[in-house]
Design a binder for this molecule. Structure first.
Ligand SMILES: [Fe+2]
Length: 268
């Protein structure tokens, strides 16, 4: 987000990240975790929500998972302090893989983003079946949690009607900043944004090499391809989520229209 004279810059919130060492498919070493956080700080990220993968079919107990997560975060904070490194604030979360009886998993609400009712949920990569919708409904009804579906643009092969059905439930959609920079996902992500389907953006950072954080760059693309107003909306939503506030789905019109639509409106 570009600063105008007199503006105070609203720093970013990274709502989806894998930075904890020895936790999932994130970095192997504590030093890498620190470098990732340093880089996020450089990109004007104020708060990083750490969201290691949680898959209940792996039979990991939630308490063991939370304990490991807390220890990794404590190690990172201590190392940053000892080395005099400035890093963003860290909030705990998880990326929870959807299973058919997720609402029944003992202590599932402990996987919500710290201090909130929002929970980051990863959908299966197979065809979407009724049980997935039922499971999300049950989760919302029985636990009062609010699902945020991770990197929805990655499900481009899913029937559009099913994406819309999911959007019409009270769930939210998140895109990866990276997807706005990659040919394969960029058009899908932009199309979903133009259909008012997206409320959040995260880096989904895993390491420094193949999957680094490019959150700042993602915001630059949002501003350029959609509008500064929309980039601001997405950024504010990250802050609202942290405060456990209600996030309104975007219903505004975009300043910048897709070139084709603009052309047909002018000359069609
Ligand atoms: Fe992820």
């Amino acid at each position: 987000m570009r600063k105008k004279a007199g503006d105070t810059v609203l720093k970013y919130v990274d709502v989806h990240s894998h930075i904890l060492h020895h936790m999932d498919d994130g970095p192997e070493h504590l030093e890498t975790a620190l470098r990732i956080l340093e880089e996020e700080y450089r990109q004007n990220v104020e708060t990083v929500i750490v969201t290691p993968h949680f898959k209940d079919y792996e039979r990991t107990s939630i308490d063991r998972f939370l304990d490991r997560r807390a220890r990794r975060v404590a190690e990172i904070k201590e190392a940053a302090k000892n080395q005099g490194i400035q890093i963003p604030e860290i909030r705990m979360g998880a990326e929870v893989f959807l299973s058919c009886d997720l609402s029944e998993v003992e202590g599932i609400e402990k996987l919500a983003i710290e201090g909130t009712r929002y929970i980051l949920v990863e959908m299966p990569y197979t065809a979407w079946n009724d049980w997935m919708f039922d499971s999300l409904y049950a989760l919302m009804a029985q636990t009062n949690l609010i699902p945020v579906i991770a990197h929805i643009e990655r499900y481009g092969n899913v029937d559009r009607k099913k994406i819309e059905k999911l959007s019409n439930m009270d769930v939210y959609f998140q895109i990866n900043a990276d997807s706005l920079l990659e040919r394969g996902y960029k058009q899908v992500a932009l199309k979903m944004i133009r259909q008012n389907l997206i409320q959040f953006m995260g880096s989904d950072v895993h390491n420094l090499a193949s999957r680094p954080s490019r959150l700042e760059e993602g915001y630059r693309i949002l501003t350029k391809k959609i509008s500064g107003e929309f980039a601001h909306y997405i950024n504010v939503n990250g802050h609202l989520l942290l405060d456990d506030h209600y996030v309104e789905k975007y219903s505004g019109s975009y300043h910048k229209m897709a070139p084709k639509r603009l052309f047909s409106r002018l000359f069609g």
